[in-house]
Design a protein around this ligand. Structure first.
Ligand SMILES: Cc1ncc(COP(=O)(O)O)c(C=O)c1O
Length: 410
C-alpha cells in the first residue's frame, strides 16, 4: 500500500520533469571533477555547482588541519555538547567566531552547530513561539521556513525584498516579540537583501533581525567578514547564522548573537542539545579556514571571484541580447550565484544536459526549490575557476543556444 502510493507519486513527479538524481563525485570538490552516474563510467566535468566560493574545500592547509585535528583530538566527539562532546577545538573556534562577529554585534558570542540547517532550526524555534511573530521573506531558505514551522509562532510572509510590505506587517503586529528572518544572499537568485533598511525597520518596530549569511560569510565584506560587514552594520538586535561548509570549505555553521541569546540556545535549542557534537577535527579545520579567509590569500581569492563574476555577467548579457526570442534572463545578482532563468522545467533540464554533453556540470533547479515557471541553471563561480573556464561555459551555452534556436524554427 505505502509502496504503491509512493510509486504513484514518484511517477507524477517524473511526468512533471521533477525527478532528482544524484551524481557521485569520485574526486575532491574542484572545478574539474570526476563524476559518475549509476551504471556509467566516471567522466571529468567542469563544474559550476558547488558553494565552494573561495575554492578552499580541497585546500592543502585545510586537509592538513583536518588530519592534524584527527590525530590530536580523534575521529569523533563521542557525545553531544552538553554531555561530554564539547572539546577544546570547539571552544577555540567559538571564541574566534565571536571575535570575527564583534564588529557587527557588540559583545557577540558564538555557538558552533553541525550544519546550517540545524542552526537555523535552532534559532527560529528557540527564539520564537506562540507569543511572538515571525516575519519571513518569501524566498528564504527551507531551513528558516522549517524553523518557523517548528516554533509554532504565527508567520507573516512578505514578498521577496518588499520592505514596504514588511513595514506594514510590523506596524500591524501586537505581539511583544518580533523576529524578522531573512537570507542575506538568496541562495537560488544570488541577490542581496537590503540589510541596512531591514535593520532600520527592526530598530523602529522593536524587532530582532535574524540574518542567514550562508552565502555571504567569507565572500562579502572586508576580510570576508560577511554581508553585515559589507553594509557596515552594527547592532545588538542582530542574530547571525553563517555556514562553514560553503566559502569556508569545511562543514558546520555558527550562530553569533548577544550573550543572553547564545545562553538561551545552549539551554534550549534542540538541534544543538540532542545531537552528537561535530568531530573536533572539523572545528580545528574551520579555525584554519578562518585564518585563510581573513589573510592575504582570502583577499586574493575574493578578488579573483569578483573578476570572474564580472566576466560571466558581461559575456552572458551579450549572449542573451543576441537571442531574445529564447526568453532567458540573467538574475540581478552581484554575487557568485549567477542564475540563468529559462522558465520551463524541461527547458532547464535540456540546457543542463546540453552543457553536460560538452563536459560541463551546471545543475537545473526546478520547483519546489524555485517558483513554478522560473526553472533555471544555477551557475556558481568559485575563485578556483579560471577566465578560460568561464569562457568555456559561455561558449557551451552559445552552442546550446544555437540548438535551441534550430528546434524553435523546426
Ligand atoms: C541560505 C542557506 N541557509 C542555510 C543552508 C544550510 O546550510 P548547511 O548546508 O550548512 O546545512 C543553506 C544551504 O545549504 C543555504 O543555502
Amino acid at each position: 500500500m505505502l509502496i504503491d502510493h509512493l510509486n504513484r507519486q514518484l511517477r507524477e513527479r517524473a511526468d512533471q520533469a521533477l525527478t532528482r538524481q544524484r551524481r557521485t563525485a569520485e574526486s575532491p570538490c574542484a572545478p574539474l571533477q570526476h563524476v559518475s552516474r549509476p551504471g556509467q563510467p566516471a567522466r571529468e566535468l567542469l563544474a559550476f555547482c558547488s558553494n565552494d566560493y573561495l575554492g578552499l574545500a580541497n585546500h592543502p592547509v585545510l586537509t592538513e588541519a583536518l588530519a592534524e585535528g584527527a590525530r590530536r583530538f580523534g575521529a569523533g566527539s563521542g557525545a553531544s555538547h552538553l554531555v561530554s562532546g564539547h572539546s577544546r577545538p570547539h571552544a577555540t573556534l567559538e571564541a574566534e567566531l565571536a571575535a570575527w562577529m564583534a564588529p557587527t554585534i557588540p559583545n557577540a558570542q558564538a555557538l558552533y552547530f553541525c550544519t546550517g540547517y540545524m542552526a537555523n532550526l535552532a534559532v527560529v524555534a528557540a527564539l520564537a513561539g506562540p507569543g511572538s511573530t515571525v516575519f519571513s521573506d518569501n524566498l528564504n531558505h527551507a531551513s528558516l521556513i522549517d524553523g518557523v514551522r517548528l516554533s509554532k509562532a504565527p508567520l507573516q510572509r512578505y514578498a521577496h525584498c518588499d520592505l514596504e510590505a514588511l513595514e506594514r506587517l510590523l506596524g500591524q503586529c501586537t505581539t511583544p516579540i518580533k523576529l524578522i528572518v531573512t537570507d542575506a544572499v538568496f541562495s537560488m537568485d544570488g541577490d542581496l537583501a537590503d540589510l541596512r533598511a531591514t535593520l532600520a525597520l527592526a530598530e523602529r518596530f522593536d524587532a530582532w533581525l535574524v540574518v542567514d549569511d550562508a552565502h555571504g560569510f567569507g565572500v562579502l565584506g572586508p576580510q570576508g567578514q560577511g554581508s553585515l560587514a559589507h553594509f557596515g552594520l552594527h547592532s545588538e538586535r542582530l542574530i547571525v547564522m553563517g555556514t562553514l561548509g560553503k566559502a569556508a570549505g569545511v562543514a558546520g555553521a555558527f550562530v553569533a548573537a548577544h550573550p543572553t541569546v547564545i545562553d538561551w540556545l545552549v539551554q534550549t535549542a534542540r538541534t544543538y542539545i540532542y545531537t552528537t557534537a561535530a568531530p573536533p577535527a572539523m572545528a580545528h579545520a574551520v579555525s584554519a579556514s578562518l585564518a585563510l579567509i581573513a589573510g592575504d590569500e582570502g583577499t586574493q581569492r575574493r578578488a579573483q571571484l569578483q573578476r570572474l563574476i564580472t566576466q560571466l555577467r558581461t559575456q552572458l548579457a551579450a549572449l542573451i541580447a543576441e537571442h531574445p526570442h529564447l526568453g532567458w534572463q540573467l538574475a540581478d545578482s552581484a554575487t557568485a550565484i549567477q542564475p540563468l532563468i529559462v522558465g520551463e522545467n524541461n527547458a532547464a533540464l535540456a540546457l543542463s544536459a546540453a552543457l553536460e554533453a560538452q563536459g560541463m556540470w551546471v545543475p537545473a533547479i526546478r520547483p519546489p526549490t524555485v517558483p513554478v515557471g522560473t526553472a533555471r541553471l544555477r551557475i556558481v563561480l568559485s575563485a578556483s575557476h579560471t577566465a578560460q573556464d568561464v569562457q568555456r561555459l559561455v561558449d557551451g551555452l552559445s552552442v546550446a543556444t544555437q540548438r535551441a534556436a534550430r528546434s524553435l524554427h523546426a
